[in-house]
Design a protein around this ligand. Structure first.
Ligand SMILES: Cc1cc2nc3c(=O)[nH]c(=O)nc-3n(C[C@H](O)[C@H](O)[C@H](O)COP(=O)(O)OP(=O)(O)OC[C@H]3O[C@@H](n4cnc5c(N)ncnc54)[C@H](O)[C@@H]3O)c2cc1C
Length: 410
């Protein structure tokens, strides 16, 4: 039996999956999973979707069944915050001052919502959405109906707006951007999502920011920086997240856009690792650091970090992937495209069943399949091939996508 102790700080998807991987790989030392939240590890995507709308049960959000941690001798310390990491002494300090020594440490502390710096932000009825507790409070507000102002047309704001409309609320979305997620996807896809919300009766107030939230005790109006007044019963703010990297920063580890790790998910201290939303990880495929704020990254990077903690050869080079569901529109996106020359479409844009490809110098750098399934792996193969594509073939639904990747051409 190993006498080693592996400590994981952050008991969410990345942390829980790392603990699972340690046991599945036969690690028989001590595994301690420490998390600030009172809940056992759960997944966040249902918190803007079915669980928020009251369509699925709470039990379905959890990463593992209740008995899993005891059965696998994973010491889950819920409702406990780590206040400091001491890399020299190889200890973490728990709130209250208790120290826990580690042989290897994984930081999977995730991210937290960016606060909006405007007057009235502290009024009652101004919500953020990150935790199950946030979601439970909003679920109850949806039961009451009424009018909600959603600040931010990114994924959290958009998915919340869709769910609120589906529950029959009056919804106004406010964002300074001209089109939802335009910076990441460009005008075509931005317009597609704007129109989707407009078709479902959402008032899209784009091109303006928030000047202030107003109300006596609770928020009752949002004043935009164009002077419009939006009357509301409550507000949901989704304006992005910041990585929770202060433990690493205070411990003297390198921090950039999150905790800096190499392709082995190892920080600048050789026995400390990071994974999930908080990790600014060197990606060998892109030859640059990338921090991914999505579910699949936490799902895959947690176990990869666990393997690295066990001394296995790890090179985390996955292509970023995420999904979103809004109304009856589901999509998957793969890739990493900061710049592109054009976006081309395959399929039926009017019917909302298509694959969009972002092309740079004739190569696919990202792809999004909307209401079409079982194609995302092909999109990833195209990206990974770095091969120049024939745009006519790419956009012709009669040409199978798999025929455009090098293996099939060989
Ligand atoms: C509402 C919502 C909907 C989403 N929907 C999608 C989606 O549809 N598709 C998609 O791809 N992605 C989605 N995401 C993103 C996805 O959920 C995240 O990428 C994922 O949760 C990241 O997991 P993580 O384990 O890295 O970090 P987190 O889930 O942020 O968890 C980190 C945990 O660490 C704990 N912690 C932090 N500091 C300490 C400390 N000092 N001591 C102890 N514990 C600490 C926190 O309390 C938290 O529980 C959504 C996110 C949210 C919030």
């Amino acid at each position: 039996m190993s006498k080693q102790t592996f400590v994981i700080v952050g008991a969410s998807l990345a942390g829980a999956k790392a603990a699972q991987e340690l046991r599945e790989r036969g690690f028989d030392g001590r595994v301690v999973l420490v998390g600030s939240e009172p809940e056992r590890p759960y997944e966040r995507p249902p918190l803007t979707k079915d669980y928020l709308r009251g369509e699925s049960e709470r039990e379905k959000v959890y990463v593992h069944p209740a008995g899993y941690y005891d059965e696998h001798e994973i010491e889950l310390l819920s409702d406990v915050t780590v206040t400091a990491v001491g890399p020299k002494a190889s200890v973490v300090v728990l709130e209250g001052g208790h120290e826990l020594a580690y042989d290897r440490l994984l930081l999977s502390t995730g991210s937290e919502p960016r606060r909006i710096p405007v007057a009235g932000e502290d009024l009652e009825g101004v919500y953020y959405l990150r935790t199950l507790a946030d979601c439970d409070a909003l679920r109850a507000r949806l039961d009451d109906g009424g009018r909600v102002a959603v600040i931010g047309a990114g994924w959290i704001g958009s998915e919340f707006a869709a769910s609120a409309r589906q529950r029959g609320l009056e919804v106004t979305v406010i964002d300074p951007v001209a089109l939802p997620n335009e910076r990441v996807f460009g005008a075509e896809i931005g317009a597609f999502y704007r129109d989707l919300h407009v078709r479902h009766g959402v008032r899209m107030l784009l091109g303006r920011g928030v000047h202030a939230f107003e109300g006596r005790k609770a928020v009752s109006r949002v004043k935009t920086d164009h002077g419009e007044i939006v009357e509301c019963d409550f507000v949901v703010v989704g304006i992005g997240i910041t990585p929770r990297d202060s433990l690493a920063r205070d411990a003297g580890l390198e921090v950039g856009n999150g905790i800096v790790v190499n392709e082995r998910l190892t920080t600048t201290a050789p026995d400390i690792f990071a994974a999930g939303d908080v990790a600014d990880a060197w990606n060998p495929f892109y030859q640059r650091p990338i921090r991914v704020e999505h579910w699949a990254n936490a799902l895959n990077q947690g176990p990869a970090a666990a393997r690295a903690m066990l001394g296995e050869d790890v090179s985390y080079d996955r292509i970023p992937y995420f999904f979103s569901d809004q109304y009856d529109v589901g999509m998957e996106y793969s890739g990493f495209a900061e710049q592109w020359d054009e976006v081309v479409f395959r399929g039926d844009r009017d019917a909302g069943e298509f694959v969009a490809f972002w092309l740079r110098e004739g190569r696919v750098v990202a792809g999004m399949n909307v209401n079409l399934w079982d194609v995302n792996q092909h999109v990833q193969d195209l990206i990974r091939s770095r091969r120049e594509v024939d745009v006519d073939a790419l956009t012709d639904t009669a040409t199978p996508l798999e025929s455009l990747t090098p293996e099939s051409a060989a």
